[in-house]
Design a protein around this ligand. Sequence first.
Ligand SMILES: Cc1cc2nc3c(=O)[nH]c(=O)nc-3n(C[C@H](O)[C@H](O)[C@H](O)COP(=O)(O)OP(=O)(O)OC[C@H]3O[C@@H](n4cnc5c(N)ncnc54)[C@H](O)[C@@H]3O)c2cc1C
Length: 309
Amino acid sequence: MAVSHLSDDEQMLIEAIQEIAREQVAPRAAEIDHTSQFPWDMKELLAQQDILAMLFPDEYGGIGSSELAVVMAIEELARYCATTSLILAVQQLGSLPIMLVGNEQQKSKYLPPLASGEWLAAFGLTEAGSGSDAAAMQTFAVRKSDKYILNGSKRFITNGGLAQVNSIFAITDPKVGTRGISAFIVEKDFPGFSVGRIEEKMGIKGSQTAELIFTDCEVPAENLLGREGDGFKFAMMTLDRTRPGVAAQAVGISQGALDLALSYAKQRIQFKKPIADNQGIQFMLADMATKVEAARLLVYNAAEMIDRR
Ligand SMILES: Cc1cc2nc3c(=O)[nH]c(=O)nc-3n(C[C@H](O)[C@H](O)[C@H](O)COP(=O)(O)OP(=O)(O)OC[C@H]3O[C@@H](n4cnc5c(N)ncnc54)[C@H](O)[C@@H]3O)c2cc1C
């Protein structure tokens, strides 16, 4: 579908991504799902084709795409492989706290290798006891001279253990509720960082969803993002801007299901004709197409609202 709000360059990029998804991602999708292995080759593909670079500003090695182009890219990849689409979506989720509130030193250290795809990013907010109620977290960070010492664990972290760069949220002042939560950039090589349980999932199986454990984990004080106590606000700002990407993934998966249903209905012969010739089947396909298109327009609308801010 042609969208007038993309620049000409973005329109060309989305068309290129459609072709890459169809020609190079689709043939890998079933195997990724069967093996439940993270597809490093797909990560390389997204890196080489500058698809990961879409998320980052020019000055840090990116190509500075609009949010509309980003959600369309996620959608096109998800149409064939949800795992591959999540590589793009979570690179944004994990990197956005640094982009939104990182200082110059943090941005110039971390963003270029994330834009090139050399490093993956992860976002660590959820814990065993804090899901929707993110403020109920029990991971603590205590300042000791030039370091923060983190203790606790995070649950359901996409790219957990694979990502070099982790945006992690922890309590620095337990007395003041959400105003006592701070955000840190935690590298996976920092002492005291380890990976616990890896989830066995029903879908997007090639995407690693892991528990992260912090045992006296040493984080340099310079890796605090923004000011102490602003972390919860940063987490919400990040989620506001990245949840449309998750919705785009759902739209892409739905479109993929519709494509398959339509193709099957056209080629399956019963009573000497394709089942698609039956009006009852046509009603179902028309309803599916209407709902997918309605969902798509909601997602594009949300992305354009982000671009206008
Ligand atoms: C595949 C996958 C990847 C993920 N990746 C990440 C990640 O990278 N980083 C990260 O930090 N987190 C991640 N998460 C965690 C995700 O953000 C949480 O699952 C989500 O916040 C919901 O938390 P929960 O699963 O504990 O559900 P709960 O909060 O326990 O909710 C259970 C049910 O109760 C409902 N509910 C909760 N509160 C209310 C209420 N007030 N009113 C009405 N209903 C309510 C919910 O809608 C839900 O249906 C991931 C999760 C999954 C499944």
